[in-house]
Design a binder for this molecule. Sequence first.
Ligand code: ASN
Ligand code: ZN
Ligand code: CA
Length: 331
Amino acid sequence: LASWDEIKTGTGESMYVGSVDFETTASGGSYEMRDSHGNYTTDMNNSQSGSGQLFTDNDDQWGNGSASSDQTAGVDAQYGAQMTYEYYEQVHDRAGIWDNGEGARSRVHYGNQYVNAFWDGTQMTYGDGRNNQHPLTSLDVAAHEMTHGVTEATAGLVYYGDAGGLNESTSDIFAAAMEFHSANSADIGDYMVGEQIDINGNGTPLRYMDQPSKDGSSYDCYSSAVSDADPHYSSGPLNHWFFLASQGSGSSTVNGVEYNSPTCDGSTVEAVGREAAAEVWYRTLDTKLTSGSTYTDARDGAVESAMELYGDGSTECHGIQDAFDAITVPR
Ligand code: ASN
Ligand code: ZN
Ligand code: CA
């Protein structure tokens, strides 16, 4: 931020979160899509290389709520980055991906009909989705990708074996936690990932945390087979753990969405609440896990974290353990 620049409040018409206010930077007579932490968003204009062009605007009113404006996907990505930054800062006392107060770049309009988003070690990148009409810029997808950065900067979980599943699930867990925390009225919080980007063309989400196998590929329960699966499927058991710890087993309704989460061993799990579950998992990621951690390490680390946070014998400690029993991670 140059000394003559000034943080302003821009107004955006987003694709997925309605009309939003977000931080912009006034610079040289126009406005930049850049917030007070240094998170900024660029337009790749269908290219697949380079940094893209920083979004700027003359009146600080951005996008039109549809893909017909190039700024729209930028609004979602920038808002998502700002909201995720604030989630980590407010809830986990973490100053961004690297915990050093620095923001990151988001790139939108990557490629043509590119139906994916990714973290590459330095930045978040988003394609425009099916028919270039469904940019992969929903809040949960933005938080998912940014969390890959947090995971890299903390535990450093590799992207294969058990650790790969833990890595993917960590991104889904904080995607859900951030979506609830941001409490945006157009995207109020749920235990699904990618429910707004219509990635399957029939309105179904990418992943379900109450019963991960509903996507047709993810595992609900831990077994040795999980270790050989794609990280997006071996994430299932830990996503299921997060749901069980947050909401408990059986049926529940949250923000109007009905869930059903059977346990793998027929047990009943009492909820410790989403905030406690997220707190425990963040501490586990930040202080217990390393690059090659397994599901057993995840269990041990989470139980230890729950003890440190809430005390030995606490309801939280029992609930966290019971949820790991329920996904059949051996003691
Ligand atoms: N969207 C995917 C993810 O973040 C990209 C990948 O396969 N790494 O998991
Ligand atoms: Zn991922
Ligand atoms: Ca979601």
